[in-house]
Design a protein around this ligand. Sequence first.
Ligand code: DC
Length: 227
Amino acid sequence: MKKIVVAIDGYSACGKSSTAKQVASILGYTYIDSGAMYRAVTLYFEQNHISLTNESEIAKALENIDITFLVNAKSGLNETYLNGLNVEEEIRKMYISNKVSQVSSIKAVRDAMVAQQRKLGKKKGVVMDGRDIGTVVFKDAELKVFMVADIYIRGARRQAEYLEKKQLVDLEEILENLKTRDHLDTTREESPLKQAEDAVVVDTTFRTLEEQVEEVINLALSKIIDT
Ligand code: DC
């Protein structure tokens, strides 16, 4: 069967990653979390005190950043490695969430990440989620999904995810972070988050994860049969 690229873009905490992971697993595709890459860069910048306004410092730092994904044998899920160290847990923490939109708005950072993402998707058979996958990274993706959801539902879901990891984060703090990121992600100069003209909108407000996955799988199958 022919392999396609599935691009899933949308606002933070709409269910992109959870959906993308399951869709990839059902199709036997590779899942790539492009947001994790920007989070890993943010972690490196934080750890190495990189100034976000110093272009040469940023360029040098980017040369020293190696991001890879490895499947966890227990969970079967991809985990993020920064220069050989597993940073999956660290990059999800609130101090990274509060900084990542700023870091991901830097052109040099985006250029470096987009080049890597294109390499990872060259052979097709990938499901990649992010903000600019259907508009910039894979403009010719066979299936483009744009996910939206009510902000309070998004906040509650994110809070539940933190609770699962035994982190208690105030809902107000999460909502504030989501609103700030929505604003930064949609208004930045470099590849702002926007719906691709040929994207299918999936509103997850009143949907369960299973329903979201089913909808995307059906869309993907119709594209696989078409192509
Ligand atoms: O998907 P996420 O919330 O983990 O992404 C973290 C941040 O990274 C998000 O606020 C914007 C940025 N990002 C981006 O600019 N482009 C992408 N393709 C993916 C994420």
